[in-house]
Ligand binder design. Structure first.
Ligand SMILES: [Zn+2]
Length: 459
């Protein structure tokens, strides 16, 4: 079997979840039908990568968690008593988001090839990466390679549904074993083209910081009744006023050290009139914020965002609702916390008739370490080298992830967290990720394999 066959076999295992509920949780744990494909995927890896499975220790923790230890040649704790030596952790997930099958040009689980692309759910997010990790390890094992330090892989089966059964339990498992990691790599930002107007050339965006995720529910109650006798003050009007107040009072601008470092790197590539503001963003803050905020792509990097996502009244046109509700989805920048953001919104609304509470599970942002913001510290050199091998000449910039990844569960276990998906994607293909006709070019697939082979060979 070749790389392409193994990759297509991985896509054909339907590890998609049924949809619904906050964070997408709808199926109970232990549901045999939902868990069978997750177990099958774990079996598949063993069949497809025999050399690696002979070299590594495997821990099948649950259908949602598969862990490997690839033993290093250095004795545990490092050759200098643990001063520099520490294991590295590579993360990935094998579940995928649901599909609307009738919307696809080619079937989402057949892994058909057309015009140099493999079509299928998970081709980008993120079976291509998981397979590339295995391909790299298998090749290196075949060459008799042994890493210097232990390399751990942790693969999750419920990342697309919050990672509570996968990543969170895997973390606890690592904690019980007393393990800590020098650094960890998870999926993340891409090698991106046309990042913003005026910057067309590709940039490798290496995520060192992650925004927090928080949904808030706003509700207003009233006595239900017939629509022919509406009350003087209606719940929907109170809710509408609350939403308007939120829209009129955006979160203040924030410049985190990670984002500052990103802009100073971007300055070299930026149009002349923007470059000085990017290079000296902190010094020229008020002006910098004003200029950056006029470019839509940059706004999520410099302030917490608020998206108004759900709105609900009564079920019929002639029935007064007993409660009207709205859900807003926030993405927080450090130093904002779930609690601080909730208070900020409550204050913006300033109306006790509106109940405001956390909807589902929120999580705080994960700031970059000080070393990461300086583009230094454990992991930087190895990642820069591997990016250079797969994408020669493409500049590497520190970046902030605006979406949540499994790696947030590992914040207390790793000195530095990196989030990077080594795929070169034009904006049109990024949009395919959770959408219809998700596909990866075969060229991209080879580059991902090259990245991981190079990265693992440097560990
Ligand atoms: Zn993903």
């Amino acid at each position: 079997m070749e790389l392409l066959d193994r990759f297509r076999a991985a896509i054909r295992i339907k590890t998609a979840w049924p949809s619904g509920g906050p964070g997408g949780v709808s199926t109970p744990r232990g549901d045999a039908q939902a868990e069978a494909p997750l177990n099958r995927f774990q079996d598949f890896l063993e069949e497809a990568y025999p050399r690696f499975h002979r070299a590594a220790e495997r821990f099948r923790i649950s259908p949602y968690s598969l862990v490997y230890r690839w033993p290093g040649s250095t004795p545990a704790g490092g050759s200098d008593g643990g001063k520099t030596g520490a294991p590295v952790l590579i993360l990935a997930h094998y579940d995928v988001v649901p599909v609307e099958e009738d919307q696809w040009t080619l079937s989402p689980f057949d892994a058909e090839i057309r015009d140099g692309y493999v079509y299928g759910r998970g081709t980008i997010d993120m079976k291509s990466i998981l397979i590339a990790i295995m391909e790299g390890a298998e090749t290196l094992c075949g060459q008799g390679f042994t890493p210097r330090e232990d390399v751990w892989f942790a693969f999750g089966g419920d990342e697309e549904r919050t990672g509570l059964w996968g990543a969170r339990e895997t973390c606890q498992w690592f904690v019980r074993r007393g393990l800590r990691f020098a650094w960890t790599l998870d999926e993340g930002s891409y090698v991106c083209e046309n990042f913003m107007p005026g910057i067309a050339e590709p940039l490798a965006l290496l995520g060192i910081e992650e925004k927090g995720y928080l949904s808030l529910e706003l509700s207003v109650r009233q006595r239900p009744g017939h629509a022919s006798r509406p009350p003087k003050v209606q719940a929907a009007a109170v809710l509408a006023r609350a939403l308007l107040r939120i829209a009129r009072r955006p979160f203040p601008f924030v410049l985190t050290p990670a984002v500052e470092s990103f802009f100073s790197g971007l300055a070299e590539k930026a149009p002349k009139h923007l470059a000085p503001f990017m290079r000296h963003a902190r010094l020229l803050r008020p002006l910098f914020f004003r200029i950056a905020a006029s470019t839509a792509e940059l706004v999520p990097l410099i302030r917490p965002t608020v998206a108004m996502t759900q709105l609900e009244g009564s079920a019929a046109d002639n029935v007064l609702p007993s409660v009207v509700r709205a859900v807003i989805n926030l993405r927080l920048l450090p130093p904002w916390t779930v609690e601080g953001a909730l208070n900020f919104i409550k204050k913006a609304v300033g109306d006790e008739r509106v109940e405001i509470g956390v909807y589902g599970e929120g999580n705080n942002p994960v700031p970059a370490s000080a070393a990461q913001s300086r583009r230094a510290g454990p992991g930087w050199a190895e990642l820069e080298q591997a990016i250079g091998a797969a994408y020669p000449g493409v500049p590497v910039l520190p970046f902030i992830m605006t979406a949540a990844t499994d790696s947030r569960h590992y914040r207390d276990l790793a000195g530095s967290i990196f989030r990077f998906s080594p795929l070169r994607l034009p904006p049109s293909e990024i949009a395919l990720m959770h959408g219809h006709d998700e596909r990866i070019s075969i060229e991209n697939l080879h580059r991902v394999v090259q990245f991981y082979t190079s990265l693992l060979s440097s560990l």
